[in-house]
Design a protein around this ligand. Sequence first.
Ligand SMILES: [Zn+2]
Length: 376
Amino acid sequence: MKTALVYSEKADSFDYGREHPLRMERLPLTWRLMRAYGLTTLPHARVVAPEPAAETDIARYHTREYLDVLKRADRGLDPADGAVYGLGLGDNPVFRGLWEVAQLVAAGSLTAADLVASGAVDRAFHFAGGLHHAFPDRASGFCYVNDAVLAILRLREHGLRVAYVDIDAHHGDGVQHAFYADPHVLTISTHERGERLFPGTGFVRELGEGDAAGYSVNLPLEAYTDSAVYLPAFEAVVPPLLERFKPDVIVAQLGVDGHRTDPLTHLAFDLQGFVRAFARLLPLAPKIVALGGGGYDVRNVARGWTAAWAALNGVELADELPASYARDIAHYGFTSTKLWDAPAAALPEETQRAVSDYVDRQVDAVQTTIFPFHRL
Ligand SMILES: [Zn+2]
């Protein structure tokens, strides 16, 4: 099995602004942990740096008018009509190099898709990607260009059957929107329920339209859902649909903001649960394109994506973080020197029951409304 890690050191030179929760430094922090574990020099894995994507590649999904606005915003000044395109508000600030970084992120996911589609590798991981909220003509939720959609479109151009699985704590609304009427792409998103969290969508009833009814799958989760509740729910919904759909390739969005210490969400996964959900996808398709996503506790981002890259390569990691990572452990205030999380304190029994009941009902709803479209 051959793999590729797509990473650009340039990502570090951009900044959403000091007050913004999306810290670009999470990317080099992740890279350094991968390197410390010896995961950047694996014998069957290559490391590939993407070149910024051509505008025509990005225009495959986004409107020309919107891309013109992004280009004008690249100098770091708010374009007059920015608000119409979701720019300049708290979530999607305008900063110097915005267009350049959007091109770079798009390029990374397109490169990952190309490497997999051409057969050069079987699995690729672009952890700067997974910006799943962007719409064709609008920035949303810290996302300007939807690299996940671009990667899926590229894989489709190669004639591949694609399933998209999104385990970010937020609903993968931008990707769902792109393929809502396309039965050739199955999208599955598990996320904190829309009444509690941005973007406010992702209910079971959003199941696709026309021929694509049943090909947009949502599993909402209650606040405080932990790995013990999440993993069985994931198992009940995701593998049966993928086994039935038989994708050539799975595009996995690995937002790690469902972690219990993430400051923006209310889910309560541990790192083990996050990696187990991802690892469960590996036997379900011959090829994988993995992308990053949300993650606002940078220590979880580094550990989660390092562990995911190890799983993608079938490598077991020592629980003790490498000694050569000590500076980052100290600087970023890691609360432990272990890769894996210690058990969390148990929730009050009543809360635990409410969480399981909610998630059970959602699983039932998916099984009753979605499974029949797949003759399951
Ligand atoms: Zn998220």
